[in-house]
Design a protein around this ligand. Structure first.
Ligand code: IPD
Ligand code: CA
Ligand code: CA
Length: 266
């Protein structure tokens, strides 16, 4: 589909309108293990976005993290994380983001990631460049020795933490440092904006990475997974991203050495 400037502005407006929910009162509940939280703000942001996005593009399906039921998605659908970084959010950490991606024929074509605390809006259209608050962004040209890696240790499935630690332990002497911000979509946008160079997480859901994937690619970076696997919208994926092909290949090699096959199927 043709994505116009007016369409982008409407989506950004819809996303920004949810700031009021994120800065208001909320209640925290446990969703899975003790680390997996959901708040009343997560569900309220999702409900508001679902209605607003439906009005903007009535033909599109909707895949949101907090949806109870699976809907038939069709060939074009929104992929929404109403609050990415819920643990940060529940702790008042001001590092969370709203992530809205648009997928067409299983390909990410548009993404918006908004941090209401910094007022940074990252967006990209496939083939149209990547932007932060309207200004073009580009990945850095730092080599591995100066690279910062964003990562996480599979917080919701701690049985998968060990191989993640192994990858980090192997890479650490060769890089600058690592960061764990707790908000995958924002970390990927930071990579796109040249603030970090590498990203690895063993098990990410489509709402964590779909919007940011377009932003990373359009900023000149690479995002993908291990050989024989695919970044999928119907199950979690191992996600690798980097600022350039050399760093990407090195990270992928290290990940495949420790995780030759995905340890999960759903
Ligand atoms: C989580 C965050 C976190 C990542 C987890 C995600 P949530 O999303 O993006 O950085 O490490 O894998 O599930 O649960 O806060 O929306
Ligand atoms: Ca998330
Ligand atoms: Ca979330």
């Amino acid at each position: 589909m043709q994505i116009t400037q007016s369409f982008i502005e409407q989506v950004v407006e819809a996303v920004k309108s949810c700031k009021a929910i994120m800065t208001g009162a909320f209640t925290v509940m446990q969703k899975g293990n003790a680390s997996n939280l959901v708040t009343t703000a997560d569900t309220a942001v999702q409900a508001q976005l679902k209605a607003l996005l439906k009005a903007i593009l009535p033909s599109a399906g909707f895949l949101g993290e907090e949806s109870e039921e699976k809907e038939a998605l069709g060939t074009r659908y929104w992929v929404v994380d109403p609050i990415d970084g819920t643990s940060d959010f529940a702790r008042g950490m001001r590092l969370s983001a709203i992530s809205v991606g648009l997928v067409e024929n299983e390909e990410e074509i548009f993404g918006v990631v908004y941090c209401p605390y910094t007022e940074e809006v990252f967006h990209a259209i496939k083939g149209g460049g990547a932007y932060c608050n309207g200004a073009p962004i580009r990945v850095s040209d730092r080599d591995l020795r100066h690279a910062l890696i964003f990562t996480a240790f599979s917080v919701y499935e701690k049985k998968f933490a060990k191989p993640c630690e192994d990858v980090m332990r192997a890479l650490y002497p060769a890089i600058d440092d690592f960061r764990r911000l707790g908000t995958a979509s924002l970390e990927l946008c930071y990579l796109a904006a040249g603030r970090g160079e590498l990203y690895f997480e063993l098990r990410l859901f489509p709402w964590d990475w779909s919007a940011a994937a377009v932003i990373v690619r359009e900023a000149g970076g690479l995002i993908g997974t291990i050989d024989g696997a695919h970044l999928r919208h119907d199950m979690p994926s191992l996600v690798i991203a980097a600022n350039d092909a050399e760093n990407y290949a090195r990270l992928k090699r290290e990940v495949e050495r420790h995780i030759p096959v995905l340890p999960y199927t759903e």
